[in-house]
Design a protein around this ligand. Structure first.
Ligand SMILES: NC(=O)c1ccc[n+]([C@@H]2O[C@H](COP(=O)([O-])OP(=O)(O)OC[C@H]3O[C@@H](n4cnc5c(N)ncnc54)[C@H](O)[C@@H]3O)[C@@H](O)[C@H]2O)c1
Length: 244
């Protein structure tokens, strides 16, 4: 027996590259009939829809609340949502600006709330018992110097996950989050300052390595599918043991 999303429709935000692209490819392989790929990067989005079947591109800046509302309100009710889009940059201690806070929270936090309430309202209206997965981070549970605003935004994602899980469970909609440690993507590779720091991080990771995007996508597929039908409101580390 294999995990299947046969005939299901899925919306993946930030689908153009990295973890979002791996999730998109994985859910299509698992039988999803249509994947709405929402992303700010137009060229990468076109490339994705040329290379992966069943992908419908949505060019969107999720940091813009009203633009997001008007574009996503056009969509049909989907079965599954993955809130994957995110941004990360260093915020040096003592030099954090209002723009750092507003810009990181606009994508990592506000967009998750905005997209989830638009999409879940459509699921409820259509009577769909949907599944929603949020991309949090192990930095929600463990603090890292120089990344305070990113860490705080992801801790908020964990809380948003718990709240939405409680609010939507009575409608049969499950909401969960995953909390990865460094994944080999453009974002993940920018976290260590240099190879020496990357090696230090690997040595502090019990499994002694970072994570590949398919290892994330497979867990997301599990959480989207009926195989996880009793899992509701978890924030699941995928961290090679870092948190131990
Ligand atoms: N890579 C890691 O080490 C790691 C670890 C833990 C959690 N995460 C989380 O996983 C998610 C994906 O990370 P990734 O490594 O694939 O990053 P990435 O930078 O490779 O991809 C991020 C995606 O989000 C999209 N995006 C960013 N801002 C957007 C906006 N305003 N509107 C629409 N789309 C926007 C980008 O276009 C891109 O497609 C993020 O939420 C990230 O915080 C990543």
């Amino acid at each position: 027996m294999e995990i299947s999303l046969h005939g299901k429709t899925v919306l993946v935000t930030g689908a153009s590259r990295g973890i979002g692209r791996a999730i998109t490819e994985t859910v299509v392989k698992a039988g999803a009939s249509k994947v709405y790929a929402a992303c700010i990067l137009k060229d990468e989005l076109i490339k994705l829809s040329n290379e992966v079947p069943n992908v419908v591109p949505i060019h969107i800046d999720l940091s813009k609340w009203s633009e997001t509302e008007s574009k996503l309100k056009e969509l049909e009710a989907v079965d599954c949502l993955v809130n994957n889009a995110g941004v990360l940059w260093v915020t040096e201690p003592g030099s954090i600006t209002e723009n750092d806070f507003d810009s990181i929270f606009a994508v990592n936090v506000k967009a998750v709330i905005n997209v989830t309430q638009i999409i879940s309202a459509k699921m409820i209206e259509a009577g769909k018992k949907g599944s929603i997965v949020n991309l949090s981070s192990i930095t929600a549970k463990k603090s890292f110097p120089r990344f305070m605003i990113y860490c705080t935004s992801k801790a908020t994602v964990d809380h948003i996950t718990h709240n939405f899980a409680l609010e939507l469970a009575p409608k049969g909609i499950r909401v969960n989050a995953i909390n990865p440690w460094i994944v080999n993507t453009q974002m993940g590779n920018a976290v260590p300052k240099n190879e020496a720091e990357a090696e230090m991080y690997r040595q502090h990771t019990p499994l002694g390595r970072f994570i590949e995007t398919p290892e994330i996508a497979k867990v997301v597929l599990f959480l989207l599918s009926d195989w996880s039908s009793a899992i509701c409101g978890v924030t699941l580390p995928i961290d090679c043991g870092l948190i131990l």
